[in-house]
Ligand binder design. Structure first.
Ligand code: MG
Ligand code: ZN
Length: 225
């Protein structure tokens, strides 16, 4: 690693600026169609797709669509379709480790937004840069497996800082993996005192109700604003 040169800073400033413009277009489009969009982030294997598989059937009264971001493959698209998503679009980044707003914008073109109430964008599995790129979302939510360790908020603070909710998944394994849940929460609240922490397990289904309740409340809050 080296200190960034001024040209490098200029290039990344322009990338972020262009991204912000696409994000604003997405935001306006979602507002026009009254679509609530969740940017779902977290490491590979944290349980983002498993969360969607539990969440979609719990929202029978809503039309839920999903945009799946992955480096390769369409396994997750197939899983959310099987779980009852009204439509799903796969983005393959072929190497890029996060989604850009214009990729979401192109994926959205393939959806009929007038037939969608809630849109999840499952970001590329990565605890680092997805947090830097606004996609035009209504809310950012991150999933962290308790198996990933209690120190993660301190080592990767940006995503914890930028998320409104932290879903602690794999609670069924918490005793087995020796994660100190008290320390984990303390660390998360240290980097983001406002973050809503919800413990759950996509395997057993415990806590899914709490997450769905939080999500419904958030949707109401934004839609009545
Ligand atoms: Mg996935
Ligand atoms: Zn990246």
């Amino acid at each position: 690693m080296h200190e960034p040169l001024s040209e490098e800073i200029e290039v990344s400033r322009r990338i972020l600026e262009a991204n912000e413009q696409s994000a604003q277009r997405n935001r306006a489009l979602f507002a026009r169609h009254k679509v609530f969009m969740v940017n779902l982030m977290g490491s590979p294997g944290a349980g983002k797709t498993s969360l969607l598989e539990k969440t979609i059937p719990a929202l029978q009264d809503m039309r839920v669509a999903v945009i799946e971001g992955d480096i390769e493959g369409k396994q997750d698209k197939e899983r959310v379709e099987a779980a009852g998503a009204v439509s799903a679009v796969q983005i393959n980044t072929y190497g890029a480790c996060h989604l850009l707003a214009h990729q979401a914008e192109h994926a959205v073109e393939k959806l009929d937004l007038s037939a969608v109430d809630l849109l999840f964008v499952e970001n590329v599995g990565n605890l680092v840069c997805p947090a830097e790129f606004d996609l035009g979302e209504s809310a950012r939510v991150m999933v962290l497996g308790v198996t990933e360790g209690a120190d993660k908020p301190l080592k990767y603070p940006l995503m914890f800082r930028k998320s409104e909710a932290l879903l602690l998944n794999k609670m069924d394994l918490v005793d087995l993996c020796g994660c100190d849940i008290g320390v984990l929460k303390e660390n998360a609240l240290r980097v983001n005192p406002d973050i809503k922490i919800i413990e759950l397990s996509c395997r057993t289904g415990e806590g899914i109700k709490d997450w769905v309740k939080w999500l419904r409340g958030k949707m109401k809050e934004i839609q009545s604003a």
